[in-house]
Design a binder for this molecule. Structure first.
Ligand code: ADP
Ligand code: MG
Length: 679
């Protein structure tokens, strides 16, 4: 029977039903699935050393001849051990196998093998436990695959080789022209090479092709979504003089704020639904840009919705904006998950009847059955907390609605290209006047008492502060890392000890909405001097009188997250201070914290964070709503992404229906499904 990419793996010689079941656990059904199950790493068999030259304590490949096999010993029920001796001209090494009956049976005395594993023991008695064994004539780089029980990397490599040997040349879905101008190898070469390369350079070439394919599909998918919106038309709003709004503000806006408002207003009047991202570092004053747009929409007789990722933030926006906007004549309401059923009913009815001009709330706003009389504008604050999918749903539900998204977290360019590839961009690159750099210190736990003293000094002067901990309660399972400061017990300690006599408050995600509201209200009103909190205060919280923040176990947070947390202070004219407390010993963690202490630029921090942590960790891929990528690494593959974006744009221009590239078209559909279906 002829093997094709679509054949089931059980038809491969040496696979069969049993093995097929194991493959299914890895999501592999067809030969193509098997070939696209890529190695996660390679063992470099070119660097085999002699036993004498093998260094203790390191994983390495040792070339040696197998001596006489010793018989198996039963250690206890279900556990056998077998020790073998291997030798070369220089020395001998003991190989220990646990339950290795089949592995050992396959080895032949007197044959040469490559043994891969960590070399233990002593200089005179070297030992390797559970080595991976390759025939002596294996060369090049040997793939290491993601596995499941019953499958080994060697086994998968063998099946992949069988498949590749039985396949005719794999057809290339990418047009030759595109392939050449991007200096890419063929798909046939890429798949053959990635499973049995002879050098890292070859892996590089093969991988680049696969990364390009993936990022091309992703780029096209986002571009199509953007284009879908561009095609929409909507009733243009009428220009309105902004002066009355500006006159009502307690300060004059920065040039950057005015520019962003100008750009948004132009969109609102254009007849095409706005789809704009306002990106500005923490404290740059994005809220006023949102307020201006809502006011503008109201002047045009349209309703607006302002969505925040947390109740705390929604309530803060409500507290901050309603006096201003109601003073100008707007009717503003609040709708969050913790509004009572009656409140919800009333506000929803008011929205439907057009009795509210602006609704501020959490995404409870979009999940429910909320209907508007005439929704003109949706503002999404702290966009990175919302998935792309949520954004799409919201605008999709209200055809022709203008969308403004605001993000404090500067997204590294590579991520931004994709995530916001469908958005126009306004950057607020200027802070309100009088802001000072936040002095940031990185200290160890031995200096905690001194830090407390420093905080007290600030409280005594009438300022407020935060202490942030990574957990709500002490971990009862005892599984968590020791020494994590838990907000609840920590607060008790502080109240009894160093901060006795001060007014402390506690804020964490397990509080009910009303409780949170009460605590934040008390803090904003100055009744609480020191707020002990988890990261619920991470985004957006704005209390200008708070000038000092201490972050416990700082090593537990991502740098961008720490930058966000730090941004809770430095929001007024007073010199503010951030103390990063960490006992982490690892060089990496310390480097990162030192970097943060030395830099205040959110963009640089985000780039650094992406570089050092990788996109998977970058406050969670899932939060971004990006599909799980199989090959591409957005931190490392920026260059390929640029080229893929460029190609995607041209391809769509030349062949909008992607009719000349059906495989690619199918892949794009799959991506789009993952993006918009991922809610
Ligand atoms: P973010 O961009 O982080 O959302 P906010 O909109 O919360 O920032 O603004 C931070 C603080 O700066 C708020 O207290 C706000 O009232 C104040 N603010 C905003 N714009 C200006 C300005 N132009 N001049 C002075 N203060 C401003
Ligand atoms: Mg904000």
């Amino acid at each position: 029977m002829e093997i094709t990419l679509g054949s089931e793996v059980r038809f491969l010689r040496g696979v069969g039903e049993q093995r097929m079941k194991k493959y299914q656990k890895l999501g592999i059904t067809t030969v193509e699935d098997l070939l696209r199950h890529l190695p996660r790493d390679y063992t470099d068999l070119r660097r085999a050393v002699s036993i004498g030259a093998a260094a203790l304590g390191e994983r390495q490949v040792v070339r040696a001849i197998l001596g006489k096999k010793e018989s198996e010993h039963q250690l206890r029920r279900g556990l056998t051990v077998q020790k073998l001796l291997a030798l070369d001209g220089s020395d001998t090494i003991t190989l220990t196998f646990f339950n290795g009956k089949y592995t050992v049976a396959a080895l032949r005395e007197g044959e040469e093998y490559l043994f891969y594993g960590r070399v233990d023991g002593s200089l005179t008695r070297k030992e390797m436990v559970s080595p991976v064994v390759y025939p002596g004539d294996t060369g090049g780089l040997f793939p290491v695959y993601p596995l499941t029980a019953g499958l080994t990397s060697r086994g998968i490599a063998k099946d992949a080789a069988t498949a590749l040997a039985s396949l005719a040349e794999i057809p290339d879905p990418l047009p030759d022209g595109i392939r050449r101008e991007n200096s890419l190898c063929t798909l046939d070469y890429a798949l053959r090479t990635i499973h049995s390369p002879s050098s890292p350079e070859e892996v590089q070439i093969a991988r680049e092709r696969l990364v390009f394919d993936e990022l091309l599909a992703l780029s096209i998918s986002f571009m199509e979504m953007k284009r879908g919106r561009l095609g929409e038309r909507t009733q243009p709003m009428e220009p309105v003089e902004m002066a009355p709004f500006y006159a009502a503000l307690p300060f004059s806006l920065t040039g950057a704020q005015r520019r962003a408002i100008g750009e948004a207003v132009t969109d609102l009047c254009s007849g095409t639904p706005m789809n704009r991202l306002v990106q500005g570092d923490v404290g740059s004053g994005k809220t006023m840009v949102a307020a201006a747009c809502c006011w503008f929409a109201w002047k045009n007789g349209r309703q607006s919705a302002l969505m925040a990722p947390t109740e705390i933030l929604a309530e803060q926006h409500y507290r901050g904006l309603s006096p201003l906007l109601e003073g100008l004549g707007m009717r503003v309401g609040l709708l969050t998950g913790s509004s009572t059923a009656k409140e919800k009913r009333e506000r929803k009815a008011a929205l439907k009847e057009g009795e509210l001009d602006l609704i501020i709330g959490t995404h409870a706003l979009i999940t429910g059955d909320t209907a508007f009389r005439d929704l003109g504008l949706v503002v999404t604050d702290e966009q990175h907390r919302f998935g792309v999918a949520q954004r799409m749903t919201l605008s999709g539900k209200n055809q022709g609605t203008h969308v403004l998204v605001m993000s404090a977290t500067p997204i590294p360019r590579t991520l931004g290209l994709i995530l916001y590839g469908d958005l126009e961009l306004s950057v607020i690159d200027e802070l309100p006047p009088g802001r000072q750099k936040i002095a940031t210190y990185y200290i160890g736990g031995d200096k905690r008492q001194r830090a407390f003293g420093y905080i007290k000094k600030h409280l005594d002067m009438g300022y407020q502060g935060y202490i942030v901990c990574p957990l709500v309660e002490e971990d009862e399972t005892g599984e968590g890392p020791p020494g994590l400061k838990a907000a609840v017990t920590y607060l008790e300690e502080l109240e009894r000890g160093p901060f006795a006599g001060y007014r402390l408050g506690l804020l964490h995600g397990k509080l009910k909405g009303k409780e949170k509201e009460a605590v934040m209200g008390a803090f904003a009103g100055g009744k609480i001097q020191l707020l002990v909190s988890t990261t619920v205060i991470e985004v957006g919280v704005d209390v200008p009188n708070a000038v000092i923040i201490l972050i416990e176990n700082a090593e537990r947070f991502g740098l961008s997250q720490l930058h966000q947390l730090r941004g809770r202070v430095g929001r007024g004219k007073v010199q503010s201070c951030c103390i990063l407390l960490s006992d982490a010993r690892g060089e990496g963690a310390r480097e990162r914290l030192k970097y943060l202490a030395s830099t205040g630029d959110g963009f640089q921090i985000a780039e650094y964070d992406l570089r050092t942590r990788g996109p998977g960790d970058f406050f969670g891929m899932r939060q971004h709503g990006l599909p799980q990528l199989q090959v591409a690494d957005l931190a490392a593959d920026g260059q390929v992404l640029y080229r893929a974006q460029h190609t995607a744009g041209r391809l769509l221009e030349e062949d909008p229906g992607l009719e000349t590239v059906p495989e690619l078209s199918a892949r794009v559909k799959q991506m789009t499904g993952m993006v918009s279906g991922g809610m």
